[in-house]
Write a protein that binds this ligand. Structure first.
Ligand code: F6P
Length: 323
């Protein structure tokens, strides 16, 4: 393999730049050419492809976002879109791809390989940490720390005003961001899609807290837990507890930005190199990940069809620690 392409796709995640840097530098180190593809699959379809050198990735290891831009491409989900993308890659002589993204990106990568046979190795880049085949995804650690920082601040004002805050964090269909936010942020209750937490149980927990003379509480809600999210949960609890002074905070896209933590920079660098090495070793349709600190290549299909389980003890921990 003499020429590869690299792109970022789906929701951006802190550490994507560190990963791009690692891919480019590893390729240069191995003596192969590397082309950047802008705007994910959309840019691939339109031929937004340019040669990258070692200097193209100077001074980006510490930056959030992605210098290659990102997109969720509807066109790539069509056969015609993928055909156009294939033709563009052929025009540029690109023989292998590194895809940095999450489950949507890898669904596309699998389809693309099956149809057109361009070897692709993925690096897990998503704050959601919801990909099977890696203990951690790039951006997750930073997003959790960003959310925790916000929760610490919310706790200050919750305490001053003796309020209950319902705080919604991201994570799509998973509770991976919510759990460490709840444990590390000292929340009284956590709601995640993986386990059932009923409204009556929240009401009960809050009442119990007040009876123990707690004057403020934090409830963390994973965005995928209930339709309507934290607003809906707060409204239902308020109905049953009219004296409760409640507020809702949706932390939102703040969680996607900012400088990556040391953990994410290291993970991104390690997996970026592993993607290039994986392509050179003949891997074709896999994601590079770390399981128990060991490098593992997992078929794309498994990364988004198999569910990575959350340790059920974590929700119990929140209950124990809020006593
Ligand atoms: O997948 C990352 C993520 O931030 C999810 O946690 C969230 O549900 C989604 O992306 C938001 O997507 P968008 O930025 O397109 O609104």
């Amino acid at each position: 393999m003499k020429r590869i392409g690299v792109f970022t796709s789906g929701g951006d995640a802190p550490g994507m730049n560190a990963c791009i840097r690692a891919v480019v530098r590893a390729a240069v180190y191995k003596g192969i050419e590397v082309y950047g593809i802008r705007r994910g699959y959309n840019g691939m379809i339109r031929g937004e492809i340019f040669k990258m050198e070692s200097s193209s990735v100077s001074n980006i290891v510490q930056r959030g976002g992605t210098i290659l831009k990102s997109a969720r491409s509807k066109e790539f989900m069509t056969r015609e879109g993928r055909q156009k993308a294939f033709e563009q890659l052929q025009n540029f002589g690109i023989e292998g791809l590194v895809a940095i993204g999450g489950n949507g990106s890898f669904t596309g990568a699998k389809l693309f390989f099956d149809e057109f046979g361009i070897p692709t190795v993925g690096a897990p880049g998503t704050i959601d940490n919801d990909l099977f085949g890696t203990d951690y995804t790039i951006g997750y650690d930073t997003a959790v720390n960003t959310a925790l920082d916000a929760i610490d601040k919310i706790r200050d004002t919750a305490d001053s005003h003796e309020r209950v805050f319902f705080v919604e964090v991201m994570g799509r269909d998973s509770g991976y961001i919510a759990i460490p936010c709840a444990i590390g942020g000292g929340a009284e209750i956590v709601m995640i899609p993986e386990t059932e937490t009923t409204i009556p149980s929240i009401i009960e927990a809050l009442r119990t807290g007040w009876n123990r003379s707690k004057t403020s509480s934090i409830v963390i809600i994973a965005e995928g837990e209930v339709e309507g999210g934290a607003m809906k949960v707060a409204a239902k609890v308020q109905e049953a507890l009219p004296d409760m002074d409640a507020r809702v905070t949706i932390i939102g896209h703040v969680q996607r930005g900012g400088a990556p933590t040391a953990f994410d920079r290291l993970l991104a660098s390690r997996l970026g190199i592993a993607c290039v090495e994986g392509l050179l070793d003949g891997h074709k349709s896999v994601m590079a990940g770390l399981i128990n600190s060991k490098l593992v290549y997992t078929p794309f299909e498994e990364t988004f069809t198999k569910r990575k389980l959350i340790n059920p003890n974590f929700t119990k921990m929140v209950e124990v620690l809020s006593v």
